[in-house]
Design a protein around this ligand. Structure first.
Ligand SMILES: CC(=O)N[C@H]1[C@@H](OP(=O)(O)OP(=O)(O)OC[C@H]2O[C@@H](n3ccc(=O)[nH]c3=O)[C@H](O)[C@@H]2O)O[C@H](CO)[C@@H](O)[C@@H]1O[C@H](C)C(=O)N[C@@H](C)C(=O)N[C@H](CCC(=O)O)C(=O)O
Ligand SMILES: Nc1ncnc2c1ncn2[C@@H]1O[C@H](COP(=O)(O)OP(=O)(O)OP(=O)(O)O)[C@@H](O)[C@H]1O
Ligand SMILES: N[C@H](CCC[C@H](N)C(=O)O)C(=O)O
Ligand SMILES: [Mg+2]
Length: 511
């Protein structure tokens, strides 16, 4: 049974009654409405509200202690007229909560690694898990698409808040999972969600424009990502750095200052895992790289140079976390693409291929189109939109990225949420330029049908933005929608029964 003492909640500044170290703690919560008798309530200052204002309700519901900042404690004191239970004051209450959650749930897989970066976290985390699994280890990955691998579970966030995160890690450990690769989102890092995780290695992939609705500027966003090296990884852990990122020198300096073992990965000179060249063909790519003075050549069944880069980052994470390099490299040809990430979902009777990708930011859309271009003998067609209630600044940039790279651009809807879908499309179209190459088709199924219909034998269609998602969010309603299914339906409608059967088989191949 957890106690205030076992959760590390009897130290430091405590206002109100001295805590009884042996007092049992039944659970932790950050939402007063979820308080149960015997819980510790963490009163956190959020983007919209201040949890301290809800401490009074948490106490009424039976909270035995409160974790909060000093100003939070003083604010709560006015509401309740004193400190009836211990108020554990911490300058960084989110971190204190994360450490307490780690202790509350106890077990974690023995080897956990974390991947941060604007793009490629889900892919690199999945690849790391796949490499471990290929080497016979019981492994899982955790992030945007939930928990996958030796165990599966749904999650509400890319990097869940610490209570859910540690519950998930403990459940994995109970299932015998020894190796876990997790995604570290910038929100997660900024909000200390993974500060209680015992990490063996971390990776920094890249930094592009994203989440400026949450981070005040790019420096704040970058510092959240680099917090993984600067504050979260313990000394001695491995720091995998994309050597081709402009931030690589800063990341390497931070790693050195923190006593981390840097492994740079990429084409840049001096990279420990150095990509020498890559050649692309219809089903994948051949990558030649060097490691510790020896050259290796591997066949990667992955579309896009960036997926090759993510695969090498995953290899470096596995090596950094203790696996033998030879075994890791031998496992690389067994990697399979991740659902909704440059996923081949259907083929038309004329041979044209259709891909679904989760690119929903300017850089990612550009990278996905550049990647697919190398596998496209004919015209490249793209259908995409931009999400509502999210960074509006990215909309014209996505339009510009698509117009600069695709031969045909179809702008459609992607989770308009509470916004006017036509206004979002107009913002995207404004970035496309006025040469008439961009078409507006609001209904996503119809847009996909148009794109599929336009495909000549040598053409490729990229449906971007929703990846693995299975719904279209309009207002507060979620209507079932799956890009891969819509693509197969369009192929069936246009090519008839034969194609229908073929694409069904296609579907069965998908993970
Ligand atoms: C913007 C953001 O990250 N918000 C997270 C943050 O909420 P917040 O602290 O700002 O919440 P708030 O509404 O201001 O409330 C402050 C506090 O008062 C508490 N409260 C509120 C009302 C009440 O009656 N009682 C009560 O105790 C709240 O529980 C909260 O602790 O802390 C909460 C608790 O830890 C999170 O659940 C919440 O994530 C929300 C659900 C969210 O949508 N997050 C997204 C943006 C997110 O984290 N995304 C990333 C990145 C994904 C990607 O890469 O694309 C992810 O890792 O998923
Ligand atoms: N290394 C990379 N560089 C640039 N773009 C990439 C890279 N890896 C993936 N992408 C693009 O970003 C999209 C998202 O990939 P992935 O889901 O692996 O990233 P993520 O960081 O987990 O994203 P999110 O934060 O949305 O969960 C892909 O669909 C692809 O288009
Ligand atoms: N994690 C991201 C996913 C965006 C995916 C896109 N389909 C959209 O809805 O904007 C977010 O919620 O901002
Ligand atoms: Mg992700």
């Amino acid at each position: 049974m957890a106690t205030l003492h076992s959760l590390g909640l009897c130290d430091g500044l405590i206002l109100g009654p001295a805590p009884d170290p042996s007092a049992a703690v039944a659970g932790l919560c950050v939402d007063s409405r979820e308080t149960k008798p015997g819980f510790v309530f963490a009163a956190l200052k959020g983007g919209a509200l201040d949890g301290a204002e809800f401490a009074q309700y948490a106490l009424r519901m039976g909270a035995v202690a409160v974790i909060c900042s000093l100003d939070g404690a003083l604010r709560a004191r006015e509401d309740v007229g004193g400190f009836p239970v211990p108020f554990i004051v911490d300058a960084d209450p989110r971190r204190r909560l994360a450490l307490a959650a780690a202790r509350f749930f106890g077990a974690q897989p023995g080897t956990v690694v974390a991947v941060t970066g604007t793009a490629g976290k889900t892919s690199a985390a999945s690849f790391t898990r796949q490499l471990w699994a290929a080497m016979g280890l019981r492994a899982a990955n955790l992030g945007t698409i939930g928990v996958e691998g030796a165990v599966t579970a749904a999650l509400a966030a890319t990097t869940p808040e610490p209570i859910s995160l540690h519950r998930a890690l403990a459940a994995m450990a109970a299932e015998g999972v020894t190796h876990c690769a997790m995604e570290a989102s910038s929100h997660g890092l900024a909000q200390r969600r993974l500060d209680g995780v015992r990490l063996a290695a971390g990776a920094f992939l890249n930094l592009g424009r994203d989440h400026l609705d949450y981070h005040p500027d790019m420096a704040d966003y970058a510092s959240a990502k680099l917090r993984l090296f600067a504050e979260v990884l313990p000394a001695g852990a491995a720091a995998v750095i994309n050597a081709d990122s402009p931030l690589a020198p800063v990341a390497a300096q931070i790693a050195a200052a923190r006593g981390l073992r840097a492994i740079r990965v990429g084409t840049a000179e001096g990279a420990e895992l150095r990509l020498l060249d890559a050649s692309f063909h219809a089903e994948g790519q051949t990558a030649r790289f060097s490691w510790e003075g020896r050259e290796h050549s591997v066949e990667l069944p992955l579309i896009g140079g960036f997926q090759g880069a993510n695969a090498l980052a995953a290899a470096a994470l596995a090596i950094g976390a203790g696996s033998e390099a030879g075994a890791v490299f031998a496992a690389l040809p067994r990697l399979v693409g991740v659902r909704g990430r440059m996923e081949h979902v259907a083929t038309r009777a004329n041979g044209a291929r259709i891909y679904v990708d989760y690119a929903h930011k300017p850089d990612a859309l550009a990278a996905a189109l550049d990647a697919l271009r190398l596998h496209t003998p004919g015209r490249l067609i793209v259908a995409f939109g931009a999400g509502g209630d999210r960074d509006a600044g990215k909309r014209p940039l996505m339009g510009a990225a698509a117009a600069a790279r695709a031969d045909v651009v179809i702008v459609t809807d992607d989770n308009p949420r509470s916004e006017d879908p036509a206004a979002i499309r107009a913002a995207v179209l404004a970035g496309c330029g006025g040469d008439g190459r961009a078409e507006e088709v609001g209904d996503r199924a119809e847009a996909i049908l148009r794109g599929v219909d336009a495909l000549g034998p040598r053409d490729r269609l990229l449906i971007a933005g929703k990846g693995h998602e299975t719904g279209q969010i309009v207002g507060r309603e979620v209507t079932p929608f799956d890009d891969a299914e819509a693509a197969r339906a369009a192929v069936a409608a246009l090519d008839g029964l034969d194609a229908d059967i073929e694409s069904d088989l296609d579907g069965e191949d998908a993970p």
